[in-house]
Design a binder for this molecule. Structure first.
Ligand code: PAF
Length: 282
């Protein structure tokens, strides 16, 4: 596995791979690898000749300095896991390498899709994501880029930015990987103490209650959302941010509910804000 730390080296290595006729797969990450990352890397390896991964904790997408400071990091372990997953090129730049002129004056501002839910709770978050993803895709050039469905709204924002900016990239969404109790794998899970870790299973239980409401005929968003809210309310360690049922493309709640829908939830559990989602066909 080739490890590079400058934008120039990364651009040259990805160009060389393409010039040699390889199909390139890019997996952008913030490190602290878990099974979810491994599944993205494996998905890329199964359909690309060369897999590139980036590890960069992007300060632009954090709304608080405290959240950024405690974001988990373990580069040595990530490198070993990346190698085991078949990564051929690892890009691990510093903040000053990615943003050599300090905070960039030019940012990619996603539209209305990014204003709701995560965007409303974390102002500036999606502009930070869209800016760094655009930089990474610009450096890597034509590729398949792999993102987890766990960050479902992020995936939608990235798809939209690639379409709006005519980037030569195929975005591939990959299913969420879960712990045995249903908790979605996330780098933030390791910040949960044992009691909060047990309580964190409530997000998946709430999604299950929303799905059950839909499957048994609920067709109004208020009914479905109430079913999810009730589950979270019964867990004293969790504080709900939102629990909604939306159209997976527009992120609006159709009335009445019909077709393919997405349940999305966010809650604070102890010190950690967790998000999750589930697709349901009605
Ligand atoms: O999902 C993530 O890990 C990050 O938001 C991403 C896409 C790597 C951008 O920093």
């Amino acid at each position: 596995m080739e490890v590079v730390v400058t934008r120039d080296e990364f651009r040259k290595a990805t160009s060389a791979a393409r010039a040699a006729g390889s199909r390139l797969g890019l997996v952008p990450t913030m490190g602290a690898f878990h099974e979810g990352h491994m599944s993205l890397l494996q998905a890329a390896a199964s359909s690309c000749d060369v897999v590139a991964a980036s590890i960069f904790v992007n300060p632009l997408q954090f709304s608080s300095a405290a959240d950024l400071a405690r974001y988990p990091a373990n580069l040595e372990l990530d490198m070993a896991m990346a190698q085991a997953a078949g990564v051929g090129l690892l890009f691990a730049p510093s903040v000053s390498e990615m943003y050599p002129r300090g905070e960039p004056e030019t940012r990619v501002e996603p539209g209305g899709l990014a204003d709701r839910l995560e965007g409303a709770s974390r102002p500036g978050h999606f502009a930070g994501v869209a800016t760094v993803v655009t930089k990474l895709l610009s450096l890597s050039g034509r590729c398949g880029a792999y993102f987890g469905e766990k960050d479902f709204q992020q995936l939608a924002v990235v798809r939209r930015l690639v379409a709006d900016l005519d980037l030569d990239v195929e975005i591939v969404g990959c299913p969420t990987v879960r712990e045995p109790d249903g908790l979605a794998c996330s780098s933030r899970n390791r910040l949960l103490g044992p009691d909060d870790r047990r309580a964190a299973g409530v997000l998946f239980k709430a999604l299950g209650a929303g799905r059950a409401a839909l499957v048994t005929g609920a067709r109004h968003s208020a009914e479905v959302e109430a079913a999810m809210v009730a589950v979270v309310a019964a867990e004293p360690r969790a504080r709900l941010d939102y629990a909604v049922v939306v159209d997976p493309v527009t992120f609006e709640s159709p009335a009445p509910l019909s077709g393919g829908l997405r349940l999305l939830i966010a809650a604070q559990v102890g010190p950690v804000r967790l998000i999750d989602n589930l697709g349901v066909e009605t």
